[in-house]
Design a protein around this ligand. Structure first.
Ligand code: ZN
Length: 260
């Protein structure tokens, strides 16, 4: 399996990170994709990549929750890194309307700027899209609109931690993007079970978003990478297919995304 989204550099793993990763690799995870957040997470992320070559892979990007009035400085830092070495993906980037709407214009600006970098380096992107608490501000739809506005047909990637509805899923797939499915699929009121039976497995990749969003029965506790097995099992149940098929097809999808 490929874990397509985990913040394994997070301090919540400082006590037992190597053991946690051992458990992950023992569960049959061949790669862990690490999304970046801002300039502070870069050194920790790159150190893990060096420690686990070919297994822990670094993205480069600025997370929307880390975009404020200083966002241009953050973008400069990431751009410098992109000129210095190869990254396999831009991420995580996007829009977060959940906590605060103050910097939405800057978030949109930064998102478009990073789409341009994806085009420049011909890289897939990992998208973070979170609606406002009252659901009146829809981040998935807005990301789709900005992608359409940007208008690069070869743009591809993942809507990580996808938690939209059927219509939004279809729109995302129509834009050539994959749905990143994680712990939310195990939540009682997660809503994903309502439409995932109608979504072809070819459009899905697995993730945990560790240390956040732990699947049932660990909900609310620290999430970790090997719980991805629980996600795979639940997805197989929801879709009425074998766990082996879920693992095989989502792994192929992930590998196809990042092969040149
Ligand atoms: Zn994330």
């Amino acid at each position: 399996m490929i874990e397509t989204h985990a913040h394994i550099y997070d301090e919540q793993f400082d006590e037992d990170r190597d053991l946690m990763l051992e458990r992950a690799f023992d569960t049959g995870i061949s790669q862990i994709w690490m999304p970046n957040c801002d300039h502070e997470t870069i050194p920790k992320m790159l150190a893990l990549e060096e420690q686990y070559p070919g297994k822990c892979l670094s993205m480069m990007g600025i997370h929307p929750c880390y975009i404020d009035e200083n966002y241009q400085k953050e973008l400069e830092t990431m751009e410098q890194w992109l000129t210095k070495r190869h990254f396999f993906m831009i991420g995580e980037i996007g829009l977060d309307f959940y906590w605060d709407l103050t910097f939405v214009p800057q978030q949109e600006e930064a998102f478009l700027h990073q789409l341009a970098l994806a085009k420049k380096y011909n890289l897939p992107i990992c998208i973070h899209s979170r609606n406002s608490k009252d659901n009146t501000q829809n981040a998935i739809i807005r990301c789709c609109e900005l992608i359409e506005q940007f208008g690069w047909e070869d743009l591809r990637g993942i809507f990580h931690c996808f938690s939209g509805n059927h219509e939004e899923a279809r729109r995302v797939i129509g834009l050539n993007f994959l749905l990143g499915i994680g712990g939310v699929v195990t939540f009682k009121n997660g809503g994903l079970d309502k439409f995932l039976p109608e979504i072809d497995l070819n459009h899905i990749v697995l993730e945990t978003d560790s240390p956040y969003l732990a699947p049932v029965p660990h909900r609310g506790k620290r999430n970790e990478v090997f719980y991805i097995d629980l996600v795979a099992h639940k997805l197989a149940e929801v879709k009425g297919v074998s766990v082996a098929d879920v693992k095989r097809i989502t792994t192929e999808n992930a590998l196809n995304l990042i092969k040149n």
